[in-house]
Design a protein around this ligand. Structure first.
Ligand code: HEC
Length: 147
């Protein structure tokens, strides 16, 4: 074998190894995304179940973009701090009694009171508000609400 052929062979082998390596790491990335999606899907379904089971949708439109007998919840995690949101869902009445300024502001709109959910854990609220925001994103993309 001439020196030239050996060099070409060496370069080709290196290229093949690099390409295989890249392809392989790309697969790992795809798997990673799939795993992330699975996690997100679980959280979404958990949140949707809790939203329906606690009948939030009796007053808050489940498409999250329209006002019904209560304010639309889409984008709420950007409008409110997490601590406020979680405490409010658990005990809005207490917050009113304490004179919370945001609670007072909402009350001015005349919707009336919202029930308290002291039994919901922060973990469950994470799922509920993940669902709220994802469902809102879906509505904005034109994906209809499941009956
Ligand atoms: C019986 C009707 C009813 C149900 C059921 C209900 N809500 Fe409400 N919700 C309201 C009303 C009315 C308001 C406005 C309260 C006020 O003005 O004091 C409100 C306000 C809110 C707010 C504050 C909105 C803002 O702009 O800051 C959040 C967050 C919220 N609800 C989440 C939920 C979640 C989550 C559930 C289910 C676990 C739920 N609500 C169940 C009627 C309801």
């Amino acid at each position: 074998m001439s020196k030239k052929v050996k060099i070409i062979l060496a370069i080709t082998t290196t290229l093949v190894i690099v390409i295989l390596f890249l392809l392989n790491s790309e697969n790992e990335n795809i798997d990673f995304v799939k795993k992330e999606n699975k996690k997100q899907e679980d959280l979404f379904l958990k949140g949707e179940n809790l939203f329906r089971k606690n009948e939030c949708n009796a007053c808050h439109y489940i498409g999250m973009n329209l006002v019904s007998t209560a304010p639309a919840l889409g984008g709420i995690t950007k409008r409110r701090k997490k601590d406020w949101l979680y405490r409010y869902t658990k005990m809005s009445l207490e917050m009113h009694e304490e004179g919370d300024s945001i609670a007072a502001e909402i009350r001015k709109k005349g919707w009336g009171a919202m029930p308290s959910y002291p039994k919901l854990t922060n973990e469950q609220l994470d799922a509920i508000y993940f669902f709220v925001e994802k469902r809102y994103e879906m509505t904005l993309k034109g994906i209809p609400v499941k009956r």
